[in-house]
Design a protein. Structure first.
Lengths: 267, 469, 245
């Protein structure tokens, strides 16, 4: 068994969040290099164990969309290095399944920028172990990690998000946020939002909300005629639609919507 | 150019005075079954306790060191003196306490605080309590406040101690809990009967004077239903070059509809390894309130844990940690929601300066049966320079959909605008920063009785004093 | 005209404290009723109870709508029957856009699927009445809306959902003069388009100017203290509530 998704700094062992274990024979490998000043938009559909290595050059931009189709058990590793003024936008969608996924981004360059938008819908005994690590070396580098989704029947989900400010990353800003809606009494949600800081001149924020749908929200929506099961559906859909809408590729967006049984409309 | 404040090392002379100790009173250093038997015989333990100690030692031998948190390699357990024989039995009148010991506590202001604002005081010097007393009216209400050793030999309390001692924190909990079970000595036993609301606090003060020694006091507090208690714990030690070890244990039982507030200002010297374990079991509609200030120690592992066992039980944790030069303070709290409609609130601040490392580490666990529970965690960290380090490692585990859990944290520096604003009103840069840090610590200071809040602010001011370079 | 809403001896409580002590009133199809009364009298409680808010429990009496007893029915069922409450303080619901929320509600209430394009058209024409910027449709529901924007968004929903009975709880409170005008125009449009009934809870008589009021009820201390026609509004405007307390 290989240890994956290792939390950059271990915590209380009994919580079971320090690492995930998977039996992996081989990773499919892919290398992406975006040359200085170039701009790329790449969509990956991931359904088997995979490793992706990314380098984004000076002033280059990469939008990487990773869609985990949710029918398989797989592990994915994504390692990214960002040069000066590089912009990396990561969009991840987890539509069920049982996934271990890690994304480590090294913000080496001055003003390197990383944004991650992650949406998930886990149910039917599915699982998701996410380890998103943003390492700030570069001055005035920024990272913004937003994750959100819903957990249904027997879902087990761990979200580990780390912002690591190294000494010298003066002026860096890091934000991370996770909003989880729990829709069934037998789910298990673990959220570990870590900030590591060895530089004075930084600002880091993290927030998390985990729980049911607010009762006042339910009443408001019911008062407009929407029954409870539809409210859950609407919320699930909205959580995913927010991320799908950022894919920026109409064909892929339509493909996902119809795979989700939404017809071909995002809303 | 940005101006930086150079901050001098803490002036700890207030706490660093010390008296020479008579080494003939030391039991041999190291921890072996022979030493354990010797401690046990010296203390006149009942048989079950001797067995308990030996069993704990066995567990200690086979448990691993913690795999997370700051390094404790500098701690050589073979060189720690586990027990120091007291010069004199415990007294109930300060004038009967040996002169050097009494003077130590006089300097720390304990007898004065007792006269002015406390319902009872216990004072421990090295391994044993040297003084214990409660006000007459408090004793008459049925409140028991004494040392654990005498209570264990008192027929009225022997059974209750046996049935509660290290049941919340069993020796198997972690390696230093096992060590504690083997060598514990001193500490307090508090019993608050049903319906008794003690408006003024009780205080225990722990002073480790001896060089290269360990202090392993055990505090056991049982608050029956419908009662109230505020317990204050203070700790300090002079600085030596040898490592010292504090592996105390606090077990709190809070009965239904009762409130227990447990306040600590920890100011061990900076050669101390503070590996302390505190835990509370909270009954129906009862509440535990932890107020915790961590200023001293070389290394700290401290995460008071609240187990919310009764419906409607509540926990509140308010903490501040200030890590200066040479300090690595790993602090936080743990909360387990184990019954419906329970709630918890954690509010912490940490400050890192002059190469100090502070880590906020927490866990909130909402079990499947804890339907209707709520938890909110808020932590803020302040970095005063880039030699220092500040880490935030919270974990939330939620196993029911009928819960609401929120978490927010931020890390940053003192804002230049705030400093500028205060300087424009005539404060110098140091005073401005000290004022801002005191304000940052207000979450804790406003929860403390006035005299302790003043002491805490003094500690912050001492830490912040320095000259602009 | 037939009987639409009939409330009989309604008692409600929140946290074991009774707020309404037996209130009765009837609203017929097409009528406009006004509920006035001092702060804390129980006006908002009445509106919330008609909608079936979980905050209040009904401890006595009945609520019927079109002859059917709905006293213990779920709020979404009531909405499908044609009851609408414009909230005094609408909640902010992050993550869901106004448009997707309202489309879902529209489909539930009409029982028909509507294509996105057709719905947007319908929504835009309603937004025009309220002089709302089209970008509001894609904003998260009420999130970051000002007080006035929230009230407009409530009236927008009224215009799209076209209920048989609209309860407007202090829809005019906290609005500036222009916003009151816009909201009033929206209410008038609802009335003209549907011929529905209105139950207006208010302090202010401005919002009533464009409407012809059929009946006025004064609630004080959880009871109906006085009833009358439109003339009662003028009397209260002139003399206040003192004589009813």
């Amino acid at each position: 068994m290989a240890k994956l998704n290792i939390l950059p700094v271990p915590t209380f062992a009994r919580l079971g969040v320090n690492y995930a274990e998977r039996d992996i024979t081989a990773f499919g490998r892919k290398d992406i290099a975006v040359p200085d000043g170039a701009e790329q938009h790449i969509i990956q559909n991931i359904s088997s164990d995979s490793e992706t290595n990314v380098a984004v050059g000076s002033g280059a931009k990469l939008k990487l969309v990773q869609v985990f189709d949710g029918r398989t058990r797989c592990a994915a590793i994504l390692r990214t290095v960002l040069a000066d003024n590089a912009e990396f936008e990561l969009i991840q969608l987890y539509l069920g399944g049982d996934t271990v996924s890690e994304a480590v981004t090294e913000l080496n360059g001055y003003k390197a920028a990383f944004t991650a938008d992650i949406g998930y819908n886990i149910g039917n005994g599915g699982g998701l172990d996410l380890n998103i690590v943003s390492v700030h070396h570069g001055r005035r580098s920024t990272s913004d990690i937003t994750a959100g989704g819903v957990l249904r029947e027997n879902a087990v989900k761990t979200f580990k998000g780390t912002i690591d400010f190294k000494t010298g990353a003066a002026g860096a800003v890091g934000n991370e946020k996770e909003d989880v809606i729990l829709m069934s009494g037998d789910v298990c949600n673990k959220t570990v939002p870590v900030i590591l800081c060895a530089e004075e001149d930084v600002v880091g924020n993290h927030g998390a909300t985990i729980g049911r749908i607010d009762e006042s929200h339910i009443f408001y929506m019911k008062s407009r005629g929407i029954p409870e099961e539809k409210i859950y559906e609407l919320i699930t859909r909205s959580k995913l639609a927010r991320v799908i809408g950022k894919i920026g590729d109409e064909q892929e967006e339509k493909r996902i919507c119809s795979a989700l049984g939404w017809g071909d409309e995002l809303e | 150019m940005k101006e930086k404040t150079q901050v001098a090392d803490i002036n700890r002379s207030l706490y660093d005075f010390r008296y020479d100790e008579d080494e003939s009173s030391f039991l041999n250093s190291g921890i072996t079954p022979e030493i354990i038997r010797e401690i046990s015989a010296e203390k006149g333990d009942p048989e079950w306790m001797t067995e308990f100690r030996l069993h704990s030692l066995e567990i200690f031998g086979r448990m691993k060191m913690p795999e997370w948190g700051p390094s404790i390699e500098g701690l050589d357990l073979d060189n720690i003196v586990a027990y120091i024989r007291p010069k004199k039995r415990m007294q109930t009148d300060w004038s009967d306490v040996p002169d050097d010991v009494r003077e130590t506590f006089e300097k720390l202001g304990i007898p004065q605080a007792e006269r002015e604002s406390l319902a009872g005081v216990g004072a421990q010097y090295d391994s044993e309590l040297v003084y214990h007393n409660v006000r007459k009216e408090v004793a008459e209400s049925g409140v028991v406040y004494t040392d654990l050793e005498s209570a264990m030999h008192d027929d009225r309390y022997a059974e209750i101690i046996r049935s509660h001692f290290m049941k919340l924190v069993p020796p198997t909990d972690h390696k230093f809990a096992a060590l504690h079970g083997a060598v514990w000595s001193g500490g307090s036993f508090v019993y608050v009967p049903k319906g008794v609301k003690l408006e003024i606090p009780l205080q225990s003060y722990f002073r480790l004077n001896a060089r290269g020694a360990g202090q392993f006091e055990h505090t056991l507090i049982i608050v029956e239903d419908d009662a109230y208690l505020h317990f204050i714990e203070g700790c300090s030690a002079p600085k030596y070059y040898e490592a010292s070890l504090h592996a105390g244990c606090v077990e709190l039982y809070v009965g239904n509809n009762s409130t227990l507030r447990y306040s600590t200002i920890e100011n061990w010297s900076k050669n101390m390894y503070n590996l302390n374990t505190k835990r509370a079991a909270v009954g129906e509609n009862a509440k535990v309130e932890w107020v915790s200030g961590s200023f001293g120690s070389h290394i700290s592992y401290l995460y008071p844990m609240s187990i919310l066992n009764g419906r409607g039980a509540r926990a509140e944790f308010t903490g501040i940690t200030f890590a200066g030069e040479g300090q690595n303070l790993d602090t936080g709290a743990k909360i387990v929601h184990n019954a419906p409609d329970t709630s918890s609130y954690m509010n912490t601040r940490s400050i890192s300066k002059s190469g100090g490392i502070s880590t906020f580490r927490s866990s909130v666990v909402i079990n499947g049966n804890a339907v209707g529970s709520k938890s909110a965690v808020s932590c803020e960290s302040l970095m005063l320079d880039s030699k220092s380090r500040s880490d935030t490692i919270p974990t939330m585990v939620v196993k029911t959909d009928k819960a609401d859990v929120g978490h927010e944290a931020r890390i940053g520096r003192i804002s230049d605008e705030a400093v500028f604003y205060l300087m424009s009103r005539g404060l110098d840069e140091n005073s401005a920063k000290a004022l801002i840090v005191s304000g940052f610590a207000e979450n804790v200071s406003k929860e403390l009785p006035l005299e302790y809040a003043v002491e805490m602010n003094n500690l912050i001011n001492i830490e912040m004093k320095g000259s602009i370079g | 005209m037939g009987e639409l809403l009939k409330i009989t001896e309604l008692r409600t409580a929140a946290e074991n404290k009774e707020i309404l002590h037996g209130v009765s009133l009837t609203v017929n199809e097409g009528e406009t009723h006004v509920i006035m009364g001092p702060n804390g009298a129980g006006k908002s409680t009445l509106g919330a109870a008609i909608m079936g808010s979980p905050e209040y429990s009904v401890t006595g009496g009945t609520i019927s709508f079109l002859g059917e007893n709905i006293t213990s029915e779920a709020p979404d069922k009531r909405a499908k029957r044609g009851i609408f409450l414009s909230f005094q303080n609408p909640v902010e619901i992050p993550g869901i856009t106004l448009s997707s929320f309202l489309r879902s509600a529209y489909e539930q209430i009409t029982g028909e699927r509507i294509k996105l394009f057709a719905f947007k058209k319908l929504l835009n024409s309603a937004m025009e009445v309220l002089q709302m910027d089209a970008e509001y449709a894609d904003r998260e529901l009420n999130v970051g809306f000002s007080g006035g924007e929230k009230k407009k968004a409530e009236i927008l929903q009224l215009l799209v959902l076209k209920p048989k009975l609209a309860i407007l709880d202090e829809t005019d409170s906290g609005l500036d003069v222009d916003a009151v005008k816009t909201v009033s125009a929206g209410i008038k449009a609802y009335k003209e388009q549907t011929g529905g009934s209105l139950l207006i809870i208010t302090h202010n008589t401005k919002i009533l100017e464009a409407l012809s009021v059929d009946r006025t009820h004064v609630i004080a201390d959880g009871r109906i203290a006085a009833e009358g026609g439109a003339e009662l509004i003028d009397e209260i405007s002139a003399n206040g509530f003192e004589k009813f307390i």
